[in-house]
Design a binder for this molecule. Structure first.
Ligand code: 4NP
Length: 159
């Protein structure tokens, strides 16, 4: 099926400096590999890092894996902002609760980022404060999950 406009996809974590920027980059990569167009953004539920660059450890882990991670942190501002997305992917349960309490009417657009990775895991573990190998694992997990999301879009299981 061809679409008039690319699907608008938001990836959400807590700080918007580690997991959701990696997820955003991985979704852009996976969409490119599949030859589909997605308009991907990311945001955090928390305010601590608004305006900061991506965490140096996730940028370095991306670089080791050949995934370019960039951008500045922003916080989800309003239910109206969330309503501008066709699909919203959260990294963990606390993000899910935050998004669904801000915009309960959008619950059917909200999924775990790992929901389509073929494992029984829901959450992308928070690497913040951990060693470099945890960030390498974040990149590995979000890449596999992003490919699953894109497959689900291509197959029509999403949105
Ligand atoms: P992220 O990681 O949610 O993957 O961006 C975090 C970044 C910052 C904090 C927590 C998690 N923090 O508490 O400041």
């Amino acid at each position: 099926m061809s679409r008039q406009k690319p699907l608008r996809v938001l990836v959400v974590c807590l700080g918007n400096i580690c997991r959701s920027p990696a997820g955003e980059a991985a979704l852009i990569e996976a969409a490119g590999e599949a030859g589909i167009e997605l308009a991907v953004a990311s945001a955090g539920t928390g305010e601590w890092h608004v305006g900061d660059g991506r965490h140096p450890q996730i940028v370095a882990a991306g670089r080791r894996a050949g995934l370019h991670i960039e951008g500045r942190a922003r916080q989800i501002a309003s239910p109206e902002e969330l309503a501008g997305f066709d699909l919203i992917f959260v990294m963990d349960h606390s993000n899910l609760v935050a998004v669904e309490s801000m915009a309960p009417e959008l619950a059917d657009r909200v999924h775990y980022f790992r929901a389509f990775d073929g494992t029984d895991q829901d959450e992308v573990e928070d690497p913040y404060g951990r060693a470099d190998h945890a960030y390498d694992e974040t990149v590995r997990v979000v890449r596999a999950a992003a490919r699953g999301i894109v497959e689900a879009i291509v197959d029509g299981r999403l949105p």
